[in-house]
Design a protein around this ligand. Structure first.
Ligand code: NAD
Ligand code: UDP
Length: 385
């Protein structure tokens, strides 16, 4: 049966230049595009470990529809040629781990703003469509976080729900270098928006709200540096695998909404295949029903991991740690992140499906299967690592 878009029109096969295709989101998007669509992907990244299973062997059903181009977009003249011969460019490349924002602010700003500039320019000059990955962090803190702790207005959604077209972007002071990432992402969003307004660039901006699932980040000392600090899913997975307490930064009071990567990828596929409905829009992509504090996340992950590993939890499953100790000087945090879903619902009719418990169960089953043995060996022979 011919594939059709949301308006019933046939979808023609397209060529997609996907920059950052070797990362967490890129690997899931490549998987989806290969298994369910006829599109071709030019996968650009400096690494390909997370998409190796899609590139080899030659007998894979989609062989010939995905090509890996190992290049650093900072300094490679091949980039423009790849964008020119594609119908659509998707830019996922970024430094996007909070531990880097205050400790490597220059790399963070260069990666999220300066390195994205040529991508925007080549798309605009060559009349190519661009889907750019921004972040929910551009909203920064909620208005409610500045109200007195006992103010009843804190319960009013007007003070915390994040809306693409009306919410302000509220960052801490410049000394709080945590916001270097959010600020760089905000400026590239404004530049893309202006390219759309002044030069007719056809764009879509995606603001992911804590997408999580298999292949996110790395497990320190196993497939990433021992001293590295990944995002919370991988930090807590690492602690559970090693039977260490999960570290709650500043009491674990911040709130997040987590969405299963596979739900979120459905939204991106709708954007790819419905340009008339997606172009010119900024979309929140998250699951407003999966809100927890970081402490509740730790408790739920501990319970789920016990279930999937068959091991009882350790006696003290969490430990408090200050943000200064954990992330260093200049860390700050988003207090609460609930996405408003009106725009994506109206334009693409998309809704997330998976509950937090279910997504943690599939993700931690994957983490256990992938890493438990390697961790056991690393603990048994510390000198070999
Ligand atoms: P990721 O780190 O797993 O993927 C990013 C990929 O980009 C990596 O494979 C990296 O090697 C590649 N890359 C970085 N710089 C590059 C360069 N100069 N040249 C070539 N490749 C380069 O991160 P992710 O979670 O997949 O995130 C993808 C995008 O989504 C990022 O822009 C991020 O800011 C945004 N985002 C993600 C989330 C989330 O919940 N996962 C939340 C907010 C925003
Ligand atoms: N966090 C934590 N312990 C950890 C790692 C992270 O308490 O081991 C907290 C972090 O301070 C933040 C939340 O978990 O409040 C989510 O962090 P993540 O790195 O996933 O990224 P963010 O949502 O802040 O972009």
């Amino acid at each position: 049966m011919a594939r059709v878009d949301l308006d019933g029109n046939a979808i023609n096969p397209m060529t997609i230049c996907m920059i950052g295709a070797g990362g967490f989101i890129g690997s899931h998007l490549c998987e989806k595009l290969m298994s369910e669509t006829p599109h071709t992907v030019l996968a650009v990244d400096v690494y390909n470990d997370k998409i190796k299973h899609l590139l080899e062997p030659d007998s894979l059903p989609w062989a010939g529809r995905i090509q890996f181009h190992r290049l650093n977009i900072k300094n490679d003249s091949r980039l423009e040629g790849l964008i020119k011969c594609s119908d659509l460019t998707i830019n996922l490349a970024a430094i996007c781990t909070p531990a880097d924002y205050n400790t490597r602010p220059l790399d963070t700003i260069y990666s999220n703003f300066i390195d994205a500039l040529p991508v925007v320019k080549y798309c605009s000059e060559n009349n190519k469509r661009l889907i750019h990955f921004s972040t929910c962090e551009v909203y920064g803190k909620t208005i409610g976080s500045y109200l007195p702790k006992d103010s009843p207005l804190r319960q009013d959604p007007a003070y915390y729900i994040l809306k693409e077209d009306t919410s302000p972007c509220i960052f801490g002071s410049v000394e709080k270098q945590r916001w270097s990432y959010a600020c760089a992402k905000q400026l590239i969003e404004r530049l893309i928006y202006a390219e759309g307004a002044e030069n007719g660039l056809e764009f879509t901006i995606v603001r992911p709200f804590n997408w999580i699932g298999p292949r996110m980040d790395f497990i320190p000392g196993i497939d990433g540096p021992s001293e590295g600090v990944p995002r919370v899913l991988a930090c807590f997975s690492n602690n559970l695998l090693r039977r260490e307490p999960l570290k709650l930064v500043d009491g674990g009071e911040s709130q997040r909404t987590f969405i299963y990567i596979k739900d979120a990828i459905e939204a991106v596929l709708l954007m790819i295949e419905n340009p008339a409905r997606a172009s010119g829009h900024i979309f929140n992509v998250g699951n407003p029903h999966n809100e927890v504090t970081v402490r509740q996340l730790a408790e739920m992950m501990t319970q789920v991991y016990s279930k999937v590993s068959g091991e009882d939890a350790i006696e003290s499953p969490t430990i408090d740690v200050s943000s200064k100790e954990f992330y260093g000087e200049g860390y700050d945090d988003s207090d609460k992140r609930i996405p408003d879903m009106t725009i994506i619902n109206k334009q693409l009719g998309w809704n997330p499906k998976t509950s937090l418990w279910d997504l943690l169960e599939s993700t931690l089953t994957y983490q256990h299967r992938t890493y438990a043995e390697a961790i056991k060996q690393a603990i048994a022979k510390p000198s070999a690592n």
